[in-house]
Write a protein that binds this ligand. Structure first.
Ligand code: HEC
Ligand code: HEC
Length: 219
């Protein structure tokens, strides 16, 4: 044999490098390509689609996007038989073949400019909602502890930003947490911390009120 181990190693390295240059894609380009699947529902700008109950995702924090995509992939979210919206998202998350693809598409979405979807819900009182958002309800933790004073999110509590999101979606998620359709799976370690907070809201009016307040934080 004329090649020694070192030469074979270099040969393999050259081959790998060459495969890389044939595909020639940067991480960002791959993220954009992966997002093509998502675009049908979430829209080109990540603005969501109220008629199909698809949320906005543009400009969300990358850590939150990745965490949710991983939850959908393993069935910690979007796997409950009554979660009709989640059940549509779950198979889409599985088009992402690896953790690297999750990171690439999440980075692309995080870099989109945030959008402010039109308000659609009526009957909420933002004044009453401000109290619910900033003060403890029946000894439970106030929303600001995990979502930040301005709803901007708190990474160390796993609490996502609630800004630039549709009001109907926020209402729908609070109802899901209350019903145990989201945040009740044993694998959903961070969702489990949110569920009692949603249950602490006394009634449907309180849900409308707190969401009406959250929507004022976008302005
Ligand atoms: C068939 C339509 C559809 C496609 C395609 C789709 N999604 Fe979704 N997605 C949804 C729906 C519906 C929800 C809302 C689920 C719920 O209400 O819990 C959602 C939720 C999400 C969420 C959670 C948002 C939040 O605030 O928690 C993220 C993140 C997300 N999608 C990212 C993606 C990405 C990335 C892709 C492409 C790989 C994608 N989606 C493809 C329908 C879709
Ligand atoms: C103990 C911390 C904590 C408190 C207090 C808390 N949350 Fe959350 N909340 C979370 C976490 C963590 C998540 C993300 C769950 C996940 O990863 O799926 C979340 C998610 C949400 C979501 C879904 C966002 C999305 O994009 O899907 C809404 C809406 C929400 N919280 C509203 C509230 C409101 C309103 C209050 C106060 C009544 C509140 N939260 C109090 C931790 C908290």
């Amino acid at each position: 044999m004329s090649m020694n181990w070192r030469q074979m190693g270099l040969g393999a390295l050259a081959l790998l490098t060459c495969l890389g240059c044939v595909s020639g894609q940067t991480q960002a380009e791959r993220g954009e390509e992966l997002y093509k699947y998502c675009e049908h529902c979430h829209g080109e700008a990540g603005e969501g689609h109220a008629d199909f109950r698809v949320p906005a995702i543009a400009g969300f924090d990358q850590w939150y996007l990745e965490a949710q995509l991983q939850k959908f992939r393993v069935g910690a979210r979007g796997d409950h038989p009554l979660d009709l919206d989640g059940l549509r998202m779950r198979p889409m998350s599985r088009t992402l073949a690896s953790d690297a693809e999750v990171t690439q598409v999440a980075a692309y979405v995080a870099n989109l400019d945030p959008v402010d979807p039109a308000d659609m819900m009526t009957g909420g009182d933002p004044g009453a909602g401000r109290l619910l958002f900033t003060q403890p309800i029946d000894g439970s933790q106030p929303c600001v502890d995990c979502h930040g004073d301005r709803g901007e999110g708190k990474r160390d509590m796993n609490g996502p930003s609630l800004l630039h999101q549709s009001d109907w979606y926020l209402v729908a998620q609070l109802i899901k947490f209350r019903q145990g359709i989201r945040g009740a799976d044993n694998l959903d370690v961070s969702g489990i911390t949110m569920r009692p907070q949603a249950l602490a809201l006394p009634d449907e009016q309180a849900i409308l009120d707190v969401v009406a307040y959250i929507e004022t934080l976008d302005d």
